[in-house]
Ligand binder design. Structure first.
Ligand code: AMP
Length: 280
């Protein structure tokens, strides 16, 4: 597995692979890798990538003031070993200084899909995400890039950026990988105490039972309302940041949950902000 720290070197290597006719997949991450991330590498393999480039970069530009940029968990050595074992062929560990040169002054802003949900709660977040992802696309020129449904809004925003800025690549979305308890895997789960982890289950439990109530053959199951889902999450001791039902394509709010919607939650468990969602 190739290891790159310098953007220029990665760019040169990727260009050479392309010239040699290789199919390149990009898997952007912030590291502290878990099975959710590894499923994206697996997806890239299944889709026939010859070269799978995993980027590991805690991108300062997508964190707001008072968020967890400084304390975000990092473990380069473990990430290397996991990528190697999972079959990545290159890993990119840039530093903030070589991603953002002095006087960096160009940013990418998506102005529609990033308005609500996490975009409303974390001003500037998607500007940071779009900027770093655009840079990674320009460095690697992948045939496709794999993102997780865990960050559903992010996938939609990136797809729009690709469409509107004419990036020549496909965006592939991989399903949410959960712990056996149902909790969506996240690097931030490491912040949770045993008690907080228990409380966090209210999120996945309520979202998954809402989704199950829409599956065929469950006509006898009572369909929980969004208000009930919200109340259950708060009753468990979490603080809701938002609970929203939106059209899965446009992210426009929908009053009633129905097929073609995505129901998304962001909630604080103590100081930790957790997100999860289900597609109906
Ligand atoms: P992060 O390192 O949290 O920025 O995530 C990097 C990529 O991994 C994003 O595309 C995430 O959506 C994806 N990801 C994170 N957690 C999961 C999960 N539990 N299941 C599937 N994909 C995930």
């Amino acid at each position: 597995m190739k290891i790159f720290k310098e953007p220029k070197k990665l760019q040169k290597w990727c260009a050479a692979q392309k010239l040699a006719g290789k199919k390149i997949a990009l898997v952007p991450t912030m590291g502290y890798l878990h099975e959710g991330h590894l499923s994206l590498i697996e997806k890239a393999k299944k889709k026939g990538a010859d070269e799978i480039v995993v980027s590991v970069f805690v991108n300062p530009v997508q964190f707001g003031p008072g968020e967890d940029y400084e304390k975000y968990p990092r473990d380069e050595k473990a990430d290397l070993a996991k990528c190697r074992a999972a079959g990545a062929t290159a890993i990119f560990f840039p530093t903030p200084a070589n991603m953002y040169l002095d006087c960096h002054s160009v940013y990418v802003c998506e102005e529609d899909l990033s308005k609500g949900l996490c975009g409303a709660r974390r001003p500037g977040h998607f500007r940071g995400v779009c900027t770093v992802v655009a840079k990674l696309f320009n460095l690697t020129h992948p045939d496709f890039a794999v993102f997780g449904q865990k960050d559903y809004q992010q996938v939609q925003v990136i797809k729009r950026m690709v469409r509107d800025l004419n990036f020549d690549l496909d965006i592939v979305m991989a399903p949410i990988v959960r712990e056996p308890s149902g909790l969506a895997r996240s690097s931030r789960n490491t912040y949770l105490s045993a008690e907080e982890k228990e409380k966090a289950l209210a999120i996945s439990k309520n979202l998954l039972s809402l989704k199950a109530s829409f599956s065929s053959g469950s006509r006898t199951t009572r369909r929980p309302s969004l208000a009930t889902v919200a109340a259950n999450i708060e009753k468990a001791g979490l603080r809701l940041d938002y609970l929203s039902c939106v059209d899965a394509k446009t992210l426009e709010p929908r009053k009633t949950v129905a097929k073609g919607c995505c129901v998304l939650v962001a909630a604080y468990d103590g100081k930790t902000r957790l997100i999860d969602n289900v597609l109906i």
